[in-house]
Design a binder for this molecule. Structure first.
Ligand SMILES: *Cc1c(COP(=O)(O)O)cnc(C)c1O
Length: 357
């Protein structure tokens, strides 16, 4: 339900301001101060307006308002959950797959998600990559002609000013072997007012540009967010989405189906559903992989294929992302295979002939 007081006009960045806004209980203050020493806090006006303040079970509040559970560090939690550091040849670049790199020009976000896998490195401080480091990072891309796609990540690249963003897009666009520029962002939902004509114009280049929206619940896509996405799509930029499977936010089939359909209705194609990474202090958000597979199974068949994301796990240690099912096909045997339909019934699939040579 909407905020009953007048929502603050600025982003809340401290436990004190969250207490004042009624978003956290005063009793939790001390423990949340401890959380805030480790992990940045930012709740934007748009996201504050989308939540029921003071209800820790609200799916929006749960994503952005710090919780005492973040102090519980499980043994499996990792400081660098997906092994970015192992693949960083120069500052600001992660080159894990041959044909694509991440370029991280900025370390800040409009909101700080409590489950973020980069929560150890994002936040206020050294806001952007220095211009020398940025030039070196772009130089690395220029020098590696196997790089076909550059993924702007961070931090949130749409937190850059239109001028800086257009400089980066122009520099990347001028590299002949770069075919695609992809941006991963939460700005259209968390700070839709930033998506101005000037910002969209900054993305104009001859190269293909894709915008991947990070969105985890249908309530994030209110009127202003929808208008921001429309502005991007109308500029000829296809949008995809990426979500994280989060306990208490979107881990039931009805909530997930509502999210996926809302995205598609706004012309945003669901791309990945991420299994929650082993980031420090995020155990309360993590489902089991079996629960994730069951959720995906529930969606298949009942929800349009357009709405289906690929459920992926980013293998700890920097080994890459892989789909983690569910699988519908049994192993190949002398009698062929069995394949399961969306209703859970098994069917025989005949042995396959070897047509090679
Ligand atoms: C996720 C990721 C990518 C992009 O992977 P896709 O499967 O192409 O979406 C690229 N590089 C790194 C380091 C990543 O973590």
């Amino acid at each position: 339900m909407p905020f009953d007081q007048k929502p603050p006009r600025t982003t809340l960045r401290s436990v004190a301001s969250l207490v004042e806004a009624g978003a956290v209980a005063p009793d939790d203050r001390e423990r949340l101060e401890a959380v805030s020493r480790d992990f940045a806090i930012a709740v934007s006006p748009a996201m504050l307006a989308a939540m029921r303040p003071g209800d820790p079970l609200d799916p929006i509040a749960r994503q952005f308002v710090p919780a005492p559970e973040e102090l519980d560090v499980a043994q499996a939690d990792l400081a660098d959950p997906i092994g970015d550091e192992a693949h960083s040849p120069v500052e600001g670049i992660v080159h894990r797959y041959r044909d694509r790199v991440l370029l991280k020009p900025i370390h800040v976000c409009p909101v700080y998600c409590r489950f973020c896998f980069r929560r150890e490195v994002v936040g206020p401080g050294s806001e952007t990559l220095s211009s020398t480091a940025l030039e070196a990072a772009i130089g690395y891309i220029r020098a590696h002609d196997e790089i076909w796609e550059v993924i702007l990540s961070g931090g949130d690249p749409l937190m850059l000013s239109p001028r800086r963003l257009s400089e980066i897009v122009a520099a990347l666009g001028a590299i002949p072997h770069v075919g695609v520029i992809r941006l991963h962002t939460r700005v259209p939902v968390a700070a839709p007012e930033r998506v101005t004509d000037a910002l969209v114009a900054a993305l104009d280049t001859e190269k293909a540009v894709y915008v991947v929206l990070h969105c985890n619940h249908a309530d994030e896509l209110g009127t202003a967010a929808a208008a921001a996405c429309r502005r991007i799509v109308r500029a000829g930029i296809p949008m995809l989405s990426q979500s994280v499977l989060l306990r208490g936010v979107n881990d039931d089939p009805a909530t997930m189906a509502a999210l996926l359909r809302t995205l598609v209705r706004h012309r945003i194609k669901p791309y990945y559903l991420h299994h929650a990474d082993l980031a420090r202090g995020t155990g309360h958000f993590r489902t089991s992989i079996a629960e994730g597979q069951a959720l995906m199974r529930a969606l298949r068949g009942d929800v349009s294929g357009l709405c289906q994301p690929t459920y992926v796990l980013d293998i700890p240690g920097g080994h890459g992302k892989v789909p983690v099912g569910p699988t519908y096909l049994s192993a190949d045997g002398p009698d062929g295979r069995t394949v399961r339909d969306p209703h859970g019934n098994s069917h025989a699939y005949p042995p396959e002939q070897d047509h090679k040579n």
